[in-house]
Design a protein around this ligand. Structure first.
Ligand SMILES: CC(C)(COP(=O)(O)OP(=O)(O)OC[C@H]1O[C@@H](n2cnc3c(N)ncnc32)[C@H](O)[C@@H]1OP(=O)(O)O)[C@@H](O)C(=O)NCCC(=O)NCCS
Length: 632
């Protein structure tokens, strides 16, 4: 790969000002013809949440219009597309939130990051003009020449002197290009090799595949693990952006395939903490003989690039100096606070801990923590940070919203995840009337784990909740056996098990909760009973019928008959209700005969419907008529 000689600095312009002025700036920036333009509403181009579609491009000028969506994941990801000398223009929303203030304050302290206001505007247009795209490069540059450090990796892979290669680098260091070039060279030598590349999503491996030039194919990790035929001996696996894949999935991949190389960004835009990599490598060292390479030199921008430095400071992506770990159990204390109240050092430690402990932590989380007053932190501190609970306020819903949430016609953004899930899936209006706290994340620093700190933090949170008049605390998480046990030991009961694997955690998600107020105990008890019996029926086809269960089933079946609740979420309610109405069973016998995992083909076949949609409509009509013909 050719390196820019004395690469010119990349620059950032942050536009902030009144609406009329921002409207004019928006038009003028569009006229500058940026290589990538994204906005919140998709008015002038793709929406900001489509940012992944642009990864792997080289851009001179990027314009992100944050007027209606301050999408920091997009900012972090797309900054990597800007080449040396390129410019990133950000049109900020009118309202100055704590995160925006942070952005502006940091910009005033960083060269090449400029805040543009109506009074300073004129000086910048000539620079933007100069950064106009010479050409838009979306195709693979042909004839890239690997740098000496890239060559080292390629040669090692060709020699196959270790079982596996691990390649780590910060962004823009040519990690994926190196692996792509290495695969191309390897397959040129041994055309019989069948190489599969996997990663968190197809766009994350686009650069690798581009440089591999058809020498490898992408297969999603869930397909690899679900399909045993993929595990043929002749297939070699390369894992890119490994830190954005759940740790237990990575381990399964390593155990199931011959892994040629594993690469990952160390500090990036998708949960890429160094701590995560270290833990994974410790595990890997016990299983396989790997060679670890690191690429440190940026290839598309200067070594001390202002944009990279600004972003690392803004998003707290830099490493933290480890403080001496002293473990005096007596001296720790709790602090209940909002992220915006924290000093920079503590905020940095909180973000590092969340990044290291939860692979799905992203830059948007920092914005949410700073800007949303409903997000709170409970810190466990000694001399340093021991643990953190990130929890959020989920108040009762107003009466007019409850119906639409239960009917599935409205999904409220920005909170209320637990009550909305119970209101919709369990058709529980009561759940929507309670005041919840939701534990969004809980993490304890590695050295302090297995000593009861997380449990003690949860006890502290419960006591605070009781004092604040909160009804219940809930949580939703990728359900692994250890985590399930952890929550259960701490008094949380399962209220709903998801069916599908969550792509970011690799496990189906579960909703668990603990009652705090006397008023919530009965509701949580009956929801827990329903969940327990539903799970038992899913596993064995049997359950224990009780009047309480019948109440829950009737609620769900009523919701299914008139709402958007999918059949799979109402199947058990059908079973319970029909078992309680023996005289009605005849005409619905096929529903009782279906196993919990019934396929949509069987449903369509038995109902003589040509589509799943038609079958569901029929089932909704049947539920309505069953409820009308039964008195209970
Ligand atoms: C999950 C997590 C927060 C637990 O933190 P923790 O402080 O280790 O939790 P605790 O010590 O309270 O409880 C964990 C276990 O330690 C045991 N334990 C508690 N005190 C102990 C002690 N003094 N000595 C030994 N073990 C102890 C507990 O009984 C519990 O055992 P179990 O796993 O068999 O149930 C921590 O492992 C973590 O940060 N993980 C990464 C992030 C994560 O997965 N978060 C959860 C997402 S929902």
């Amino acid at each position: 790969m050719t390196q820019q000689k004395a690469a010119p600095e990349r620059a950032v312009f942050l536009f902030t000002g009144p609406k009329n002025w921002r409207d004019r700036i928006r038009t003028r920036l569009h006229q500058a013809n940026p290589c990538i333009t994204l906005d919140g509403d998709g008015e002038f181009g793709p929406k900001l949440n489509r940012y992944r579609d642009f990864l792997g491009r080289d851009a001179r000028l990027v314009f992100l219009d944050f007027s209606s969506d301050l999408n920091i994941d997009a900012l972090a990801a797309l900054s990597g597309t800007i080449e040396a000398g390129g410019i990133l223009c950000l049109l900020l929303p009118e309202q100055q939130t704590p995160f925006i203030k942070r952005m502006l304050e940091l910009s005033s302290a960083t060269a090449y990051v400029t805040t543009v206001t109506p009074t300073t505007e004129e000086n910048i247009w000539s620079r933007i003009e100069a950064a106009k795209p010479r050409k838009q490069t979306t195709q693979a540059q042909t004839g890239v020449i690997a740098t000496p450090s890239q060559q080292q990796v390629i040669q090692s892979l060709l020699r196959h002197d270790h079982d596996c290669i691990v390649l780590t680098a910060d962004r823009g260091r040519g990690k994926s290009t190196t692996l792509g070039l290495a695969l191309k060279a390897l397959v040129a030598r041994q055309p019989e090799l069948d190489v599969i590349v996997t990663g968190p999503h197809p766009n994350a491996v686009a650069t690798l595949l581009k440089y591999a030039e058809n020498c490898a194919q992408f297969v999603a990790w869930d397909k690899l693990l679900d399909n045993p035929t993929q595990r043929s001996q002749s297939k070699l696996l390369v894992i890119d952006e490994a830190a954005a894949i759940p740790l237990h999935i990575l381990k399964q991949l390593v155990e199931s395939f011959e892994v040629l190389a594993i690469a990952t960004t160390v500090e990036g835009y998708e949960g890429c903490g160094r701590g995560f990599i270290l833990r994974f490598l410790e595990w890997l060292a016990k299983r396989t003989d790997y060679n670890h390479y690191q690429l440190t030199q940026p290839l598309r921008w200067a070594a001390d690039d202002p944009l990279e430095n600004w972003l690392n400071k803004l998003l707290l992506l830099t490493d933290i100096t480890a403080t001496e770990v002293t473990q005096h159990a007596a001296s720790f204390h709790y602090r209940d606070c909002h992220a915006a109240e924290l000093d920079e050092n503590t905020l940095h430690r909180v973000v590092r801990l969340l990044l290291d402990a939860h692979y799905q932590t992203s830059p948007n989380d920092l914005r949410l923590l700073l800007d949303d007053p409903k997000q709170r932190l409970l810190l466990c501190l000694q001399e340093q940070l021991i643990g953190v609970i990130w929890y959020c306020d989920e108040p009762a819903l107003a009466a007019d919203l409850r119906d639409s949430v239960m009917a599935g016609t409205r999904r409220l953004k920005g909170g209320g995840l637990i009550p909305q899930a119970l209101g919709f899936y369990r058709q529980s209006e009561l759940a929507l009337q309670l005041y919840w706290w939701r534990v969004s994340r809980i993490a304890v620093t590695t050295e302090f784990r297995q000593k009861g700190h997380a449990s003690a933090m949860l006890r502290e949170l419960k006591s605070k909740a009781a004092n604040a008049g909160i009804d219940a605390i809930g949580t939703s998480f990728g359900d692994t056996a250890e985590l399930h046990r952890f929550w259960q030991v701490n008094g949380f009961v399962p209220l709903r098990y998801g069916f599908k694997k969550n792509m970011s955690s690799g496990a189906p998600s579960s909703l668990m909760a603990v009652p705090i107020s006397a008023g919530s105990s009965q509701l949580l008890q009956s929801l827990a009973l329903y969940c327990e019996q539903e799970q038992r029926w899913r596993r064995s086809g049997r359950y224990a019928a009780t009047p309480q269960l019948m109440d829950g089933a009737k609620q769900i079946l009523t919701g299914f008959s008139s709402g958007h609740l999918p059949f799979y979420d109402a199947h058990f309610a059908w079973i319970v209700y029909l078992d309680g109405h023996v005289n009605q069973q005849g005409q619905y016998h096929f529903i009782q005969s279906w196993p919990a995992q019934v396929s949509s083909n069987t449903i369509c076949h038995d109902l003589q419907c040509s589509s799943q949609q038609q079958a569901t409509q029929n089932l909704r009509r049947m539920a309505k008529s069953l409820l009308e013909n039964t008195s209970y």
